[in-house]
Structure formats: structure tokens, C-alpha cells
Design a binder for this molecule. Structure first.
Ligand SMILES: Cc1cc2nc3c(=O)[nH]c(=O)nc-3n(C[C@H](O)[C@H](O)[C@H](O)COP(=O)(O)OP(=O)(O)OC[C@H]3O[C@@H](n4cnc5c(N)ncnc54)[C@H](O)[C@@H]3O)c2cc1C
Length: 380
């Protein structure tokens, strides 16, 4: 059964699928071999109009809606998670926050460059003492003549070591904290007092890095404030809310590819004189994965359609993120089992997918936090 977003988008999906298979997949193999992302990855995405695809057209963006953006995330994650991160750095949490809440000067300064990929962005909320409990951040913003002094530390910030502009959440009023005491700042990479103090590699692809940032009397001018003073936590939560649907679609794309690889392998590989696909034990794993992917699409696409139509969806974005991120873990586990040794040995895509998808249950609100939000909505 095909679960469609809408018929117009299904034509766009076919174009994205061809691009992913023919252009992105060879680059994905190169990334796996070298552990580096070649500049060609950015070039091909720019040439096809995918960089900045969700940013306003007046600033050189593609002007596409959330549905089309999520569709691109789904299709690109069939190949390699790196491509979804490149999309996010040019059209995700930080770029969308700037184009939604930024002043005209901030939009002029950043959005056109983000749209062409000349700039990349990062979103800095998490700290050593504040992960799931993001309201507990302690990076300070003290008002001084003409601006603010930032002091504190962030960690595990995706792509921060290569970002040109960071959206940094800092506390300007410790008494109010998330209730009007946290402000969002746009910090340029070369600002004195801003330092990348560590770069971590994740358990997934070598090419995916997270950075630790230290702010040491880092001065930013008043016009670096994004939105209103004290409005930062709302900006962060607004960004993360639509980000959850992007994560859900990325999980669906990866799961679909894992299922396709599993079906192909089950048909090709024979044991004891028969293809694996003739064995009921294998068929049941394929059937379970197909059923869960269909459920994931149904929930996520319906939530996307309602969000796009401007309806209140309660905790449905959390449900989509929760279900899809756990679903892809189960699908990946079955794919490894069906592939046997080929699912474990480095160099085969199933092994890399298995490691790469694990973070989806942790980043952008872990499963427990999504359950907490769903239950809160239910009980309120
Ligand atoms: C690949 C990756 C990319 C990331 N990129 C970014 C980024 O770009 N920007 C950024 O700001 N952050 C980023 N992060 C950080 C991410 O947002 C945090 O890791 C996440 O919020 C969880 O915080 P934590 O790791 O401190 O875990 P903790 O908050 O310490 O939680 C540990 C475990 O306890 C559970 N838990 C916590 N509180 C409760 C509770 N009340 N009830 C039940 N269970 C609970 C959690 O669900 C989790 O399973 C990234 C993380 C990863 C893994």
C-alpha cells in the first residue's frame, strides 16, 4: 500500500529519488571510505536547489514548505545521514528561526548566504548540565554597554566546528529562566571569546561531528539578539517542534532503504538449498518491518498535513518522532539479522545504517521526553 503525501509531491519524490540514487549514493560511498564530506556534496545539492530550499525566495531560498522539506529529508536519508545534516544546516532549526524571528538586518546578513550554502549554521542549546532538561541551561548573557557578554559552555552541537553562525541560547535573567529569562543570540564564528574546545565523533558515520563550545567574555552587540530579549526559549521550542517531523521523516527514509536491502538480500542469498525469502522466520521479519514503516508514514504524513494546514496537533509531533525513531531501530536490527555477517562487517551499508540511526532516539528530545510530552498533553 502506498501512503502518499499528495499526488503533486509524489512526482517531486520521484525526482528526489532519482537524484538520491544516481548522484548522492556514489558520494555516500566516498564518505564511508574517507570519513570526510567532499565539497561536491554541497555543490550538487546547491545546483539542484536543495540548499536553503525552505528559506524565503526573496532571499534566494527555494520557498518550499515543510512538507516538501520533510520529503527531501526522507529521500536523502535513504542514502546517508550526512545529506540530511547539510539540509538542516541550510534550512533547518537555525536558518528557519532567523527567517521567522530575525530583524530585516539579520535576514539580509544571514539568510541569502545560508540559502546558497555560502554559510552554514548550528543550533546551540545543550550544555553539560542541561540536556533533556534544557531549561536548566546556565550559559550567561550579561548586559553591558552596547551589547552582551556571553560566558559558559555548550556541547554536542552538530556541525558547530564548521558553522559560520550559531544560534546560542543564554540566560539573561536567572530568576525568570525559561519563563522570559532566556535569550537567543546569533554569534558569528570569529567572534573573540568564542572557541571550539572539542570536536566529538559519534557512533555513526565518522563524518558526523559534534562540537563543544566555550564562551569566555564573548561580546556580541545588541543587534545579535534574535527576536525579543527573553523570548529565546520560545524560539528554541518552536524550532524543535517542527524539527521533530523532520527527524520522523529521516527515520522513515532510512527504514525504507533498510527494508529494500533486506528484501533484495533475502531473495539473493540461499542457505540449505533455498533462498532466505522462502523461510517463514525471514518473511515475518520483513512483514513486521513493512507494517511498521506503513504505520510510521500514516502517522507522520497526517501530522505534517495538519501542521501545514495550520491546525493544532497537540502532541502528534512528539508521537511521530517517538514512533519513527524507535521503529527505525527495530527495522535496522532485523536488517542486520537478515544480512547475517554482511550486516555486521564494516563497508556494507546495513552496518553503517545500524550505527547511524541510533542517535534518533536521543537527539532533539529523547524518547522518554517525547513520552513525557505526550502524557502531559493527555493528562492536562
Ligand atoms: C547526534 C546528536 C546530535 C546533537 N545535536 C545537537 C545540536 O545540534 N544542538 C544541541 O543543542 N544539542 C544537540 N544534541 C544534544 C541532545 O539534544 C541531547 O543529547 C539530548 O537532549 C539529551 O540530553 P543528554 O544527552 O544530556 O541526556 P540526559 O538529559 O542526561 O538524559 C539521559 C537519559 O535519561 C532520560 N531522561 C532524562 N530526563 C528524564 C525524565 N525526566 N524522565 C525519564 N527519563 C529521563 C533521557 O531520555 C535519556 O534517555 C545532539 C545529540 C546527539 C546525540
Amino acid at each position: 500500500m502506498e501512503i502518499e503525501l499528495n499526488s503533486g509531491l509524489e512526482e517531486i519524490r520521484a525526482v528526489m529519488r532519482r537524484f538520491t540514487d544516481q548522484v548522492l549514493e556514489p558520494i555516500a560511498l566516498e564518505i564511508d571510505l574517507t570519513g570526510e564530506v567532499p565539497t561536491r556534496a554541497y555543490d550538487v545539492l546547491r545546483e539542484q536547489g536543495y540548499l536553503g530550499m525552505r528559506l524565503p525566495q526573496e532571499f534566494g531560498g527555494g520557498g518550499h514548505d515543510l512538507l516538501t522539506y520533510c520529503l527531501a529529508l526522507e529521500e536523502f536519508s535513504r542514502s546517508h545521514r550526512v545529506f540530511t545534516l547539510i539540509l538542516d544546516a541550510s534550512s533547518g532549526l537555525n536558518p528557519i528561526a532567523i527567517s521567522k524571528f530575525g530583524s530585516s538586518a539579520q535576514k539580509e546578513k544571514y539568510v541569502a548566504k545560508l540559502a546558497t550554502g555560502q554559510f552554514s549554521a548550528a543550533f546551540a542549546l545543550t550544555e553539560p548540565g542541561a540536556g533533556s532538561d534544557s531549561q536548566a541551561i546556565s550559559t550567561k548573557a550579561n548586559a553591558v554597554q552596547g551589547g552582551w557578554l556571553l560566558n559558559g559552555q555548550k556541547h554536542w552541537i552538530s556541525g558547530a566546528h564548521k558553522a559560520d553562525v550559531l544560534l546560542v541560547l543564554a540566560v539573561n535573567d536567572p530568576k525568570l529562566k525559561a519563563k522570559g529569562g532566556i535569550t537567543a543570540f546569533l554569534v558569528d564564528k570569529d567572534t573573540p571569546g568564542f572557541n571550539i574546545t572539542r570536536v566529538d565523533t559519534t557512533m555513526g558515520s565518522e563524518a558526523i561531528k559534534l562540537a563543544e563550545i566555550t564562551f569566555d567574555n564573548c561580546f556580541v552587540p545588541d543587534d545579535a539578539v534574535l527576536g525579543e530579549i527573553g523570548f529565546g526559549f520560545k524560539i528554541a521550542m518552536d524550532s524543535l517542534n517542527s524539527g521533530r517531523l523532520g527527524v520522523a521523516c529521516s527515520c522513515i527514509g532510512a527504514a525504507q532503504r533498510l527494508l529494500e536491502m533486506s528484501v533484495a538480500h533475502a531473495k539473493e542469498r540461499s542457505t540449505f538449498g533455498k533462498p532466505l525469502s522462502d523461510r517463514q522466520a525471514i518473511q515475518w521479519m520483513l512483514a513486521d518491518s513493512a507494517t511498521e514503516i506503513t504505520l510510521a508514514r500514516t502517522l507522520t504524513y497526517e501530522t505534517l498535513r495538519q501542521v501545514q494546514a495550520g491546525r493544532q496537533v497537540g502532541s502528534a509531533t512528539s508521537m511521530s518522532k517517538l514512533y519513527c525513531s524507535e521503529m527505525v531501530g527495530r527495522v535496522a536490527d532485523r536488517a542486520v539479522q537478515i544480512h547475517g555477517g554482511m550486516g555486521i562487517v564494516k563497508g556494507y551499508p546495513v552496518e553503517r545504517f545500524y550505527r547511524d540511526i541510533r542517535h534518533y532516539r536521543v537527539g532533539e528530545g529523547a524518547s522518554e521526553i517525547q513520552r513525557l510530552l505526550i502524557a502531559r498533553d493527555l493528562l492536562s
